[in-house]
Design a protein around this ligand. Structure first.
Ligand SMILES: Nc1ncnc2c1ncn2[C@@H]1O[C@H](COP(=O)(O)OP(=O)(O)O)[C@@H](O)[C@H]1O
Ligand SMILES: [Mg+2]
Length: 351
């Protein structure tokens, strides 16, 4: 893979350039409007692989700000390292907003932030200084719902402080686990620092069948290919407008895997890998739903029948709620059919 190059629509990494981003005009427009109106917090919600990260990285080319991937950030020291990296990545654009800020040393294209010790600066201190420059500054925290206390609590406090005091800063919080992201924002939790504050939501939806077709046809054209329409139609039906799966399909087909069944299996394997990280009881619930259980009692009966386990009512409700918050199921159905197939194949080990 060549550095800095582009592999077009079927590049499996998040897109960073406008010309590689298919459609999403409306979402970009909504984001621009949100920051023009000065919203302090914007939430970008959508299922896995729908294109949230791509949208936000492209958006950041058009505004001043930084992008931080919060996955794997558990401690303050991890966050500080990530922030330094993010500031350095966007340095050419945001240099003038950082000049003269205490604790920040810029030399050429590199930056040093003194997060501790004498003359150090905190995240809040940094944002307070940047706010004084009277230009809008965006902080994107991607997959922020994956943070844990105490870091998550510190972050919420910083965001709430910024909300109340820093009129030129906008936080954009994105996440695939939509229910958990809403919990992070504390919409319904009076003890949350962000409770009661208005948040502008941008929901990234999957592509319609028409857009999916256009995406695939354009991607294949870039690669000089014109696959039979029958396989394109089948892929559209199966991958149901999820851009990440469509891109995977396109890439693998271009790589010479001509068989849709084989490509589907690759997608299912990726989903299985993710579901494999869940606990035994979550997996039982998923298998029940994948097998057609459409109600609480059908899920319970399935688990009794297959595993001889009678889960207490509250436990089962909590498991279902958790899977909903993770953005895997809703109303006893899978949000993404690839995950349904993955759940069918999951092996549940019970003692
Ligand atoms: N609008 C789009 N145009 C082109 N490729 C896209 C688009 N949206 C998503 N993709 C591709 O789909 C995959 C998943 O996208 P990503 O932005 O990582 O999604 P998310 O952050 O929602 O999980 C990546 O390979 C990305 O390149
Ligand atoms: Mg993402």
């Amino acid at each position: 893979m060549f550095q800095g190059g582009t592999m077009g629509l079927f590049d499996l990494r998040p897109k960073t350039k406008r010309e590689d981003l298919f459609d999403r005009e409306r979402e970009l427009e909504l984001l621009h409007r949100g920051i023009e109106r000065g919203y302090p917090v914007i939430a970008v919600l959508g299922i896995r692989r729908v294109g949230k990260t791509s949208l936000l990285k492209v958006f950041l080319n058009e505004v001043n700000g930084i992008y931080v991937d919060m996955r794997g950030v558990y401690k303050r020291i991890d966050l500080e390292a990530k922030l330094t990296e993010a500031l350095e990545f966007s340095l050419t654009r945001i240099k003038r907003l950082l000049e003269g800020v205490r604790g920040v040393e810029i030399s050429g294209l590199s930056i040093r932030v003194k997060w501790r010790g004498r003359d150090s600066v905190s995240l809040m201190g940094l944002l307070t200084e940047i706010n004084k420059k009277k230009e809008r500054f965006i902080v994107v925290l991607d997959e922020v719902q994956s943070t844990r206390p105490p870091l998550s609590y510190e972050l919420k406090n910083a965001i709430a402080y910024s909300y109340d005091n820093l009129e030129n800063i906008t936080f954009i919080l994105a996440g695939s686990e939509v229910g958990l992201l809403r919990d992070f924002l504390g919409y319904e939790d009076p003890s949350s620092p962000l409770y009661g504050r208005g948040v502008y939501e941008v929901v990234v939806e999957r592509f319609t069948p028409e857009l999916s077709r256009e995406f695939l046809v354009r991607g294949f054209r870039e690669e000089g290919l014109e696959p039979p329409l029958s396989i394109i139609d089948e892929a559209i039906g199966y991958f149901d407008g999820v851009p990440g799966w469509l891109a995977l399909f396109g890439r693998r087909y271009v790589d010479g895997v001509g068989d849709l069944v084989a490509i589907r299996e690759m997608a299912v394997a990726i989903a299985m890998d993710e579901l494999g990280k869940l606990g035994v009881r979550e997996k039982m619930v998923l298998k029940a739903i994948a097998s057609g259980a459409r109600s609480w009692s059908q899920v319970r009966d399935y688990i009794v029948e297959k595993h001889g386990l009678a889960l207490p009512k509250s436990t089962l409700s909590r498991l279902i709620e958790k899977l909903e918050k993770l953005g895997i199921v809703r109303d006893y159905d899978f949000l993404d059919q690839v995950y349904r197939e993955a759940a069918i194949k999951l092996v549940v080990k019970t003692e």
